[in-house]
Write a protein that binds this ligand. Structure first.
Ligand SMILES: *Cc1c(COP(=O)(O)O)cnc(C)c1O
Length: 222
């Protein structure tokens, strides 16, 4: 099946209220254009250089999401080019994004990445770290960054019980923060979880943003 057909099939299956990030990392601009022509507007990239190379050769109304581990020495280049940085995995990185966004005169929208999976992803805040970050209200110091929600990944395993438990744990952190009226957070409403192999379970566990690469574009050549 082609890209447009894969995309159409997924879009027909996802409930309304769930948005799709087409993860185009390691796929050429032509593949992005095929998905764009089929109506897709949100694309995900995991490397700053690749995002910056694709952006100028593709339509300007594409929303680029950054979903990979962001090295601190790449923050300045990325700021202003991603409509959402989904993978903020440390407070140091968050503060740097804020500083560079302020300098550049832009507001960056970000998600905080939660680490719950067993060994698979080594990046992200532990749930208790993230809850402490919010209850301490340190987010109030941010000048040019808007925290829009939470991103997470489940363990890379065929054990569906494990995957569901991971998504539940990520969703618990999201709801604990989003439903805490005392924090006074506005626009904290994105729960990004689910990839090609596990997005159906993620949606059942409340995800409203899913990130799918392989099931749209096929296998990646690394
Ligand atoms: C690559 C990647 C995806 C997409 O994975 P697929 O299995 O190809 O759908 C989703 N999220 C993140 C953070 C990724 O790095």
């Amino acid at each position: 099946m082609g890209i447009a057909e894969n995309l159409g099939k997924i879009l027909s299956e996802i409930p309304s209220g769930v948005r799709l990030v087409a993860v185009s990392k390691f796929h050429p601009a032509e593949a992005v254009m095929e998905a764009y022509d089929a109506g897709q507007r949100i694309f995900g990239e995991s490397r700053v250089q690749e995002l910056l190379a694709k952006e100028p050769v593709l339509p300007a109304d594409i929303q680029w999401h950054f979903i990979g581990h962001l090295q601190t020495n790449k923050v300045r280049q990325l700021v202003g080019h991603a409509s959402l940085i989904e993978s903020v995995d440390s407070e140091r990185l968050l503060d740097l994004i804020d500083k560079e966004s302020e300098k550049a005169g832009v507001v960056s929208r970000v998600l905080m990445q939660v680490h719950v999976a067993r060994e698979e992803t080594k990046f992200g805040f532990y749930p208790e770290e993230l809850l402490e970050y919010f209850s301490s209200r340190r987010f109030e110091n941010l000048k040019a960054t808007h925290i829009c929600g939470i991103m997470g990944m489940a363990s890379n395993t065929d054990d569906i019980t494990r995957v569901r438990a991971d998504f539940k744990a990520i969703a618990d952190v999201f709801h604990a923060v989003a439903d805490d009226g005392d924090l006074g957070l506005r626009g904290f409403d994105i729960l990004s979880m689910g990839m090609s192999g596990d997005w159906r379970i993620a949606v059942e566990e409340d995800a409203n943003l899913i990130r799918i690469g392989t099931a749209i574009f096929g296998q990646r050549d690394y």
